[in-house]
Design a binder for this molecule. Sequence first.
Ligand code: MN
Length: 238
Amino acid sequence: MDHHDRPARAVLIAVTPCPKPADYDASVRKAGGAPWVPVIGADDPDGVLARADGLLLTGGDDVDPALFGAAPHSTYEPAEPGRDAYEIALVRRALAARVPVLAICRGLQVLNVAAGGTLIQDIPSECRTDVNHSGPSSAALAHAVEVVPGSHLDAMLERSAGSGAVMVNSRHHQAIDVLGQGLVVTARAPDGIIEGVEGPGPAFCVGVQWHPESFHRTREFDGVFAAFIDACAERRRL
Ligand code: MN
């Protein structure tokens, strides 16, 4: 078997369909992965996970409160038809198959709901806070997060943004309320809002409430995507 003169295939990352895919696409490519956006209703979740080396859950509109047993808040903005169920099916299968998962913003919320957790539906009306979680739609830094030492997230951020307290952007009005089963908190904003979670097991499962993909033109959060792509390449070798 001569492997050496054949270039390694880039790891294939299933990137869930979302309204603004460009920054996710660029971030995956920058880290050496090949992004692939499966189609809701056409690419069934089992087929996606059989093919992909990793799953990236992207940002977007609100998770349906019915999925965590709550009545909708007046600010509820539904996501694309079928997206909630599709992403929940994908992340459950990925966790069962130990396919690495990176969950961003809405993605972290989908991960939490898929694990049986609940969400705060609207931070401004449900929480007393001085922290601005609804910054501009860009890479503008909005608030600090305190990262739990020794977490996977801490090690990932050490590769670029630094460890301990880091500044992040923030474009969310939902957030984790009751934590899903098997998840642990890895970062919080100064007001206590959960900004990072991960699965406790050896498989890579990392969620962040901010948008690291907005920074692909610079390098603040390159470590997040680099660690994710490394985990995907590692799993493919097994
Ligand atoms: Mn925030």
